[in-house]
Design a binder for this molecule. Sequence first.
Ligand SMILES: *Cc1c(COP(=O)(O)O)cnc(C)c1O
Length: 362
Amino acid sequence: MYPRLVIDIGKLRANLDAVAHITKDEGHCSLMIVTKGLCADREMVSMVAQHPAVDFVADSRVKNIRTYADEVRKNGKKTVLLRIPMHDEAAEVVKYVDLSFNSELSTIKLLNEEAKKAGLVHNVLLMIDLGDLREGIFFKNEDQIFAAVEEILSLSNIKLYGIGVNLTCYGAIIPKYDNLSQLADLAARIETRYDIKLNMVSGGNSSSIYLIEKGQLPGGINNLRLGEAFLLGNDTAYETKLPGTTGDTLILEAQIVELKEKPSLPIGEVGVDAFGHKPYYEDRGIIKRAIIAIGKQDTELDSMTPLDEKIDILGGSSDHIILDVTGSDTEYKVGDIVRFTLGYGGMLKTATSPYVEKVYIK
Ligand SMILES: *Cc1c(COP(=O)(O)O)cnc(C)c1O
């Protein structure tokens, strides 16, 4: 059935080999693979869990992690929760997650209580905000950082596993030697001041990997967390392709349900579209318009690229996407399949939509 997402496990494995080589062999970092971009797809996760270079498997949602915690642990790797936990999920976190990212003492104390009840020690990575302004204790508030460290060290069932930063998410701040070395310095000062060893100093996501190739990843950084770099082969700092990777690991396929020649300009007074936006239309004269049976409920229109380069995406609504196939060399008919590669947003939505079937190439 269509629409469907064709997931090429072999290509994903090749991407993983490539980013593992950069991160571990060249960057001397441990490797955390992030599964949320493909909604923790089970076949993808199995391949990741069995890959010898992967040290940690991470997601932002406990709901995803609980589907694969057993398999990841069985393969000798740790599960990681990236999103700061909700108070309400503390019990679930200590059960399914080996390492959680945190920035609030009240939550860490709840994790301590739950870990005590479960008779285990829970690992915590303290997030530091270096200016991207999403999660973490603000780096200039050193008093708060040291107070948090002290408090964490006093908890019986929590281990301070390390510190980390997230960049290029909200503020779109690019990781550089300068900002990441502040994290590395901070880690060194925490170790000296409290006479402890931090296992992990986590230097960011797919926007940090480019620093390895440039020889600019500060020495104290010993972990990277990679989602998009692995899934789509992207360095997300400068939008380059990482060496040895491909971006066609996932192909979205949708079926043409209508194909007609019509004008390119709508006729009548223009109001707002189905999503309340005032649309803009380009006059291309009479064009060959194909409707495919997929819409904004399933995908992100500006995050999909037709494999047929002579097709243009004109727009769409919840359940329809309209294509201009006038210039194509292919004589499309109703019932034909149109194929697309995806960007991050398109991948996230198609992988999450219950209306998009998944098929695999092994
Ligand atoms: C999503 C996420 C990642 C992975 O991001 P990519 O850009 O896909 O590599 C890493 N760390 C945190 C905290 C995240 O939320």
